[in-house]
Design a protein around this ligand. Structure first.
Ligand SMILES: NC(=O)C1=CN([C@@H]2O[C@H](COP(=O)(O)OP(=O)(O)OC[C@H]3O[C@@H](n4cnc5c(N)ncnc54)[C@H](O)[C@@H]3O)[C@@H](O)[C@H]2O)C=CC1
Ligand SMILES: O=C(CO)COP(=O)(O)O
Length: 321
């Protein structure tokens, strides 16, 4: 059986490497930065996931050629870097199962990860691994459940078995578009929830925001061809609940900083910001009603204050739920 590879040695890729390796499956973890790879080889730790020792059967490398013998390859680079990464890596990675672990919509093309994989690697089997899970929780061996989505049921079943571990339980789905949109859209809502809490608007407002945000997520996903049930599962509703209610979420913390008018380190990965812009543009072009997403995009781009966004949302015409 070929080795599992993980491309992208951030917090999430490293956490997946740890749980898979602990379950007895050797993993090759690829980092683009040679110095970072060398440090990890030396210290057996990744600074993005501090306090978690890398098991012996995790091989860290910055050499893309090392992935030639691996299948599946999990893609855990940030969403806005995925297309560029695959342009460079397509010749090495085409033909195998490529499992997108990133959450978002590409700002340049408006595409999700599986469409980007299919465009760059036409003979690959695209799949998605997504759902409510913080890297630190997975790495600590806390119980976690995720969605593994793949159009082909045989490949989906094989990936589900290969990537489940005693603490990481994967549920199968045949709707990768729905699964990836759930993960992308909930990050926008997590920013909005953070804004609500940061600005002191209260828990009731957050519950309203999450519920109306979920309606908006379903509307957008259905218009993109997703199945409604997928959004109601781990990859949509599950991850929405997690990231809108936990300060572990970077998207939530970013929103909270916006709400408080506080500084937020721009080096921190906040997938929902670029995705809000991408989704707002698609929604506007296609006439999909996305008031929360539009407000988030406008607030993060400084086109509207939080007070103005709240007034606009509250003064929309009254309607049926
Ligand atoms: N951290 C978490 O708890 C979870 C993260 N995710 C998703 O995983 C994806 C990655 O997030 P994290 O690992 O948390 O981010 P991170 O900020 O910890 O690390 C990102 C990694 O990607 C690398 N990278 C950046 N640009 C790259 C490029 N052009 N080519 C190759 N590598 C590049 C960076 O060097 C860094 O190692 C995101 O889409 C995120 O939404 C999903 C579930 C949980
Ligand atoms: O996607 C995640 C949890 O499922 C991680 O959320 P953040 O990227 O907001 O930290």
């Amino acid at each position: 059986m070929s080795r599992i590879a993980i491309a992208g040695a951030g917090a999430f890729g490293t956490a997946l490497a740890v749980t898979l390796a602990q379950a007895g499956r050797p993993v090759t973890l690829w980092a683009r930065n040679c110095d970072a790879a060398r440090d990890m080889v030396k210290t057996r730790e990744n600074l993005r996931l501090p306090g978690v020792p890398l098991p012996e059967n995790v091989t860290v490398t910055a050499d893309l050629d090392a992935l030639r013998i691996c299948d599946p390859v999990l893609l855990s680079v940030p969403m806005q870097a995925l297309a560029g990464f695959l342009r460079d890596a397509a010749a090495t990675l085409d033909g195998r199962a490529l499992v997108a672990c990133c959450k978002g919509v590409d700002m340049t093309t408006g595409r999700g990860p599986t469409a980007i994989i299919a465009g760059a690697c036409p003979t690959a089997v695209p799949a998605v691994l997504t759902g409510p899970s913080f890297a630190a929780d997975i790495a600590r061996g806390l119980p976690t459940a995720l969605t593994l989505a793949c159009v082909d049921p045989d490949h989906g079943t094989a990936l589900q078995e290969r990537l489940s571990t005693p603490t990481l339980r994967l549920y199968r789905s045949g709707d990768p578009v729905g699964a990836e949109l759930g993960g992308a859209l909930k990050n926008i809502m997590a920013i909005a929830a953070g804004i609500v809490i940061g600005a002191g608007l209260g828990d009731s407002a957050r519950a309203a925001l999450m519920t109306r945000g979920f309606a908006e997520m379903q509307r957008f996903a259905r218009a993109q061809g997703a199945e409604a049930e997928t959004l109601a599962g781990l990859s949509g509703f599950g991850d929405l609940v997690l990231t809108c209610t936990s300060t572990q979420s970077r998207n939530f913390r970013y929103g909270a900083a916006l709400g408080q008018g506080a500084y937020f380190d721009p080096q921190i990965t906040v997938e929902g910001a670029a995705t809000a812009r991408a989704v707002a543009a698609i929604a506007q072009a296609r006439g999909i009603d996305m008031p929360v997403t539009q407000s988030v995009a406008q607030v993060i781009d400084g086109q509207r204050s939080i007070a103005e966004a709240v007034t606009t949302l509250l003064s929309r015409p009254l309607k049926e739920e």
